[in-house]
Ligand binder design. Sequence first.
Ligand SMILES: [Zn+2]
Length: 132
Amino acid sequence: MDIRKRLETDLREAVSRLRQVGGSAALEELLGASGHSWAFADEVDEIQANERREIGFATRELLVGRVNRLTAALERLKKGDYGTCAECEERISPARLQAMPEVTTCVRCQDRLERLGRQFVPSEDEVESDDD
Ligand SMILES: [Zn+2]
């Protein structure tokens, strides 16, 4: 399966679920942050974002994280560094990408990072942030 299609499908799904659980505000924050070519915004508008708020904050946070990771994965795909481990720069195994297309690290690094007890945050050295 085409990995870009897979990512876009997953992203679309995560976005509509996020809307369903009342995460529209969080979503707008994300869209503002990425600031470009948001192809799915209209499509998901038809989904009613009213009920199921009881699903709660934690679920919403998970979905926001997923939307973030999928968006980032699509960016990497565009730049041509998709599928390369952000830690050791080795190829991530196709099977792993198949299972979790948004991952940024190989199994070994993921394992190591989990043992260190923190989530790996990709460096954003292209992003200039002067707001401190
Ligand atoms: Zn690695």
